[in-house]
Design a protein around this ligand. Sequence first.
Ligand code: MRU
Length: 362
Amino acid sequence: MMIEPIPRDASVRLSDDGRAVRILDQSRLPNETVYLELSQPQELYEAIASLRVRGAPAIGIFAAYAMYVLARQSPAPHYAPFLEDCRKIRRYLNASRPTAVNLRHMLDRMVSVAAAAPCMDVSSIQETMKEAALSIHREDIAMCRAISEYGLSLVKPGDGILTHCNAGPLATSRYGTGLGPLFLAQERGIPLHAWCDETRPLLQGARLTTYELQRAGVDCTLICDNMASLVMREGKINACFVGCDRVARNGDTANKIGTSGVAILAKHYGIPFYVLGPSSTIDFTCPDGEHIPIEQRDGGEIKDKFFTKPSALPEVKCYNPAFDVTDHSLITAIVTEKGICRAPFEESFAQQFPEAWKGAGQ
Ligand code: MRU
């Protein structure tokens, strides 16, 4: 059944008065639709840490708006102390989650905007920062659209696509990355079928991906993570599309825990495995997956968050890494807003992004 698609820019935007960041609280979906307006440092930090806003690009956009909202509250009378306040905000927000590099990239970009305006008064710098945050958001919309076009060129009508976690409009803006081709195909009347891993332990696939797809009228089926192998073996999957939280220079890619397992299965069954993400998710300073910090989260997420009764004794030890790294050798292609990168990824990245590549000292 087609329900109403989620509103545009629901995941994150600046509030109407510009004093807060407005988000759709993803931690309460799909059962409750709650919008929050956040303006205090602790609540902005908490929104990222507890995944009220989540998905690498959405975290980056949120961080840019959050930086503006907090910078606007700075009592600093002129440039030097104002810049120091911006740097403090960057340090604080950047500690909220470690893996998605968009957070660091967008905070750095906002501080550079402030740093580049030594001759301006504080309120003019704040205005420039607002424009920068809005541009970051607009750029993400355009990048998602381009990624979706390239992604769609990799499949044919009737294909089954397996996806893990959530890389749709909630995690980005408008189309999404890993899910973008599915939304675009739906708009154009091209039939594709999405197979959605539920994505333990926080169930982004079940709670968010099927929510977005179902509401947009995209044909989709929810499976438990451990069913992916069977579904592939049954011939139902023609390609895997996933998002990314940080892509290293050699193409190693961190994404939601379980992604590397999907890639290994895809290789076994001879199914192409595609990573889709904007250039803001590539860390040109990071040589390989060994250097990507992996977030560790509370074991309660595994034991009792989504159960009416705990599923394990309270004293049971848990290991709860939120991401894993998919080795570049398992990735068929990495799709960015500039096109489709194939191995060797270093060469493709250097060609697509010569300035960023050189800027990172290559
Ligand atoms: O812990 P999450 O839900 O923030 O993890 C998100 C993912 O792993 C996504 O796949 C990734 O950020 C890409 S979103 C376009």
